[in-house]
Design a protein around this ligand. Sequence first.
Ligand SMILES: OC[C@H]1O[C@H](O[C@H]2O[C@H](CO)[C@@H](O)[C@H](O)[C@H]2O)[C@H](O)[C@@H](O)[C@@H]1O
Length: 651
Amino acid sequence: MIDKERNDREMIVAPLSGVIKNIEDVPDPTFAQKMMGDGMAIEPTEGKVVAPVAGEIVQIFPTKHAVGLRSESGIEVLIHIGLETVALDGEGFEAHVKQGDKVKAGDPLVTFDLEFIKEKAASHITPVVITNGDALEVFKKTEEENVTAGESPLFQAKVKGDQDSEKPEDEGAEEKPAEQPQAQASNQSGGQYNDEAKVIVDAVGGLDNIMAATHCVTRLRFALSDEEKVDEEKLKNMDLVKGQFAANGQYQVVIGQGTVDKVYKAMVKETGIEEASKEDVKAAGGQQQNALQRGVKVLADIFIPILPAIVTAGLLLGINNILVNPIFTDESIIEMFPSWSGIADMINIIANTAFTFLPALIGWSAVKRFGGNPLLGIVLGLIMVHPDLTPAGDFAQGKGETWNLFGFQVNQLSYQGQVLPVLVAGWVLARIQVWLEKRVMDSLQLLIVPPVALLVTGFLAFIIIGPVTYTVGTWITDGVVWVFEVAPIIGGLLYGFLYAPLVITGMHHTFLAVDLQLIGSTGTTFLWPIVALSNVAQGAAVFAIMLAAKDEKVKGLAGTSGISAMLGITEPAMFGVNLQYKYPFYAAISGTAIAGAFITFQDVLASSIGIGGLPAPLSIQSGVWSFIIGIVIVLMIPFVITYFIARRKFR
Ligand SMILES: OC[C@H]1O[C@H](O[C@H]2O[C@H](CO)[C@@H](O)[C@H](O)[C@H]2O)[C@H](O)[C@@H](O)[C@@H]1O
């Protein structure tokens, strides 16, 4: 805890106003895994960055998205505004300082367009890290949840060997940030980092494997022909390298601010590699992905942002299920206690909204992803579920009406619960908007671009996009249903076995679209219950490691990632533990395959997508007891197998 009374320690205040996040929760491994050092992150509420401490600006990147400064006592602070903001190439940022400037705490450093960053960058979460943690003997973090720029204390730290200060306290020593290996500049061949640059090039597969290379404020970024050729061990063994990972078609090698640019220069000089822009690397990395990978990525980009709304809706529908369905007796809770029916109704409306207006959610996310105006995306989605339109079920019973367009009949069909129509319409809307924006003069943009884009897309949606994609969507759902009807055991077995590997590749979000399409067309899904079992299985395996491991660090990581898996997020358990040891992962997918086959055979159906972990029974509409048996299977099999193997291995 920060002790404001201690004047032998340097106080570092928040450089931005906003909400505090743990550094471990930043969705970027460079920061979450503290490759750059320990710290915290701030979700900014305004676009202003001020100096957190008096000192000198040691680095301000040309793209102005990151600032490094050194305090008077020698503490080095890096403020990285948003994530993947290097790709914006300075757009939306204005710097008020330059390298070498002396600043006081509270002096403005950078201002930025928060809304623009939110829209264009991977995230606006801003990590603030201490990059020379190994030089500190005390490091404390704030416990506040909200901070004000230039006012609220964020860290308190003391540099080692500070003669003026008292002896270090034990508790302080324990709170030292993770030690960062110091970059040692080699000089053996005359230039700084020449040897290291050659080793890195070699480790990423040699010059022939590098299609393009650039760097940002912290990392070297490579577009590689074949990421399989990377020698990770070689990179891990380099003091200079603080971490490495592949993301978005780029292979990233984390070096650290102030050093990465020198290593990059040495690499260009020593190996003759051509300097490339971030766009070149991004484009080259994108080319590396095949059409399937690119398609999966687009779907993931669209569905991940709407997941919280859908999962919340699923959870609330689950609560409503408990109130309105007879579970333990012949009567439901609202039949036994009629005064609860109003509450149940309200919950139902709150829960149902995300599913009823699903095309609006998808419209927002899809148009944003395709580069158009997300607000028009929402309107487009709402147009497609307007209350004057007739739902598909009623239409099939001959209740719907048609528009007569010069003799051509167009169904007044509502696309409620449908995924594909609004996805395609969203893409068309964004394309029309972008096309018009390039051609219409600025003063007429507002008058022409949105109305024309919306009107043309609206017509196309009702006349052609809707009917065609609705039919394709029906084929997809019919096809999946058919496979699971013909061979339920094989379907459940395979989906159970393959789901976790799909999560590793990120392809699992594609099936979210299939789940939503199934719910929209048939009212239920048989795939999602297997998803929930798979997550619980990873959790059970990682808990077995927690119990069997001797190393406290492994136990801690397994415990926290196990809780997360039991609540539906499995990446920490899989990447952090289960895949490292392999057998827990195999035990988990084997358990899920067996349980998946069992529940599919038992016709377990979910009414919605809910929390894919232990709370999942809330979202099961039929076969809840079979599903609970499925949960017992995925708790027992992965746990028992993993525990017994782990006991032997950890002995
Ligand atoms: O498909 C619906 C489920 O989506 C989330 O879980 C899936 O994505 C997670 C993040 O990539 C992954 O950790 C998990 O293994 C996947 O099943 C959500 O967390 C679930 O609650 C939801 O049911």
